[in-house]
Design a protein around this ligand. Structure first.
Ligand code: M6R
Length: 365
């Protein structure tokens, strides 16, 4: 099954152009400039009257929810709340009427996500699953949902499920946007951007060699920082989680501007910082955060666009990713972070597909 690949994680990283195509297949309508979902089991009237969305998940799926919050709020102007499922199930927050609840889960078996969804369902909220494994417990218990169609994900570190979850989030933003204020023209351009995505990801797979060089250089450090802002803040969290879980190096993700509120104290010559900074509205701000780190002697690795010629003046290493619409950047910018984690883990002799203390699905509390 592994074919030419040494590990499932690597195979699954390389499957992403295809798994993204599968996530979008039949779900984009240029005729109506919107997304189409077959299994929501709610009438257009019910969907139109949703005035709040609650996303709940764990781990990497929770990071996808974080990006989803930014996407849906931006595109559909519907307030979105993101809750760790393990917190939501006991926290008892006030959830207003007409809140639509989504559980996001690759496996569909995560105990906390299942319990959180059950609790929301018990309170009378419509609950939907965004799930990869067909017929899983959560897929069955939810009122309806959206499958990722990513194919089996075997590596414990989630890769292709994450990018597919992000594609679904973007399509939900488009869908709810088009039910509300988004124009045909805006919807149409978003679809074109989504359709161009698999090719951009295919190009981003070429970052493997650059990521490997970075891995060789920093394989022996004990700490890493991952920094990004706006759509790339949750990507920083995800990059840090990938590294932690498979290489056992301590890593933290932060919104880049939070640095000066504490984490900058960690910076020294043995603590590299990975800046996720494709061009966009916050680029200059992230650049000044980067320079703060450089000024304190911290090594800097930048994930930047191909045509960014400013960055090489400041970063020690630059990994180049193709340009895409800003709301889709996370789907491309996470690829080199997956490679960095993979290669560092490999160099440190770790079991990439089955890291210690972890299981693919966490079916206990
Ligand atoms: O199957 P789920 O998406 O519900 O799993 C949630 C987390 O356990 C999972 O994403 C975990 O954080 C991964 N090992 C991350 O790579």
């Amino acid at each position: 099954e592994l074919g030419e690949f040494e590990h499932y994680m690597l195979k699954e990283i390389f499957e992403q152009p295809q798994s993204l195509e599968n996530a979008m297949r039949g779900r984009l309508s240029l005729d109506n400039a919107t997304a189409v979902f077959g299994g929501l089991n709610l009438s257009p009237q019910e969907l139109r009257s949703v005035d709040r969305i609650l996303l709940t998940a764990c781990g990497t799926s929770w990071h996808a929810a974080m990006v989803g919050e930014y996407m849906i709020e931006e595109m559909a102007r519907i307030p979105v709340e993101v809750e760790y499922a393990s917190e939501l199930r006991y926290r008892n927050p006030p959830v207003p009427q007409r809140t639509l609840v989504f559980g996001i889960t690759q496996s569909g078996e995560t105990a906390d996500t299942l319990a959180a969804l059950r609790e929301m369902k018990r309170k009378g909220h419509p609950t939907l699953a965004i799930c990869n494994v067909v017929g899983s417990s959560i897929a069955q218990e939810a009122d309806g949902g959206i499958y990722l169609h990513a194919g089996p994900e075997v590596g414990v570190a989630s890769t292709k499920a994450f990018t597919s979850q992000l594609a679904i989030m973007a399509m939900l933003g488009l869908y709810f946007g088009r039910l509300n204020h988004l124009s045909f023209d805006q919807g149409y351009r978003m679809i074109q951007a989504l359709q161009a995505l698999p090719d951009a990801v295919r190009q981003a797979l070429n970052t493997r060699e650059q990521a490997k060089k970075v891995a060789e250089k920093y394989q022996a450090v004990n700490n890493f920082l991952y920094l990004g802002r706006y759509f790339n803040f949750p990507v920083a969290l995800e990059g840090a989680l990938k590294l932690k879980e498979i290489s056992y190096i301590h890593a933290e993700g932060y919104p880049a501007a939070e640095l000066k509120h504490g984490p900058i104290a960690l910076v020294d010559e043995n603590t590299p910082s990975v800046f996720i900074m494709p061009q966009g509205v916050v680029y200059d701000k992230v650049m000044s955060n980067l320079q703060e780190i450089k000024a304190r002697g911290g090594p800097v690795i930048a994930i930047a666009n191909e045509d960014d010629h400013e960055i090489e003046k400041y970063a020690d290493d630059v990994i180049r990713i193709p340009k895409v619409e800003e709301f889709l950047q996370p789907i491309v910018s996470v690829i080199p972070l997956q490679f960095i984690a993979y290669h560092i883990a490999l160099l440190r002799g770790c079991d990439v597909d089955k890291p210690r203390n972890l299981a693919k699905s966490v079916t206990v509390e």
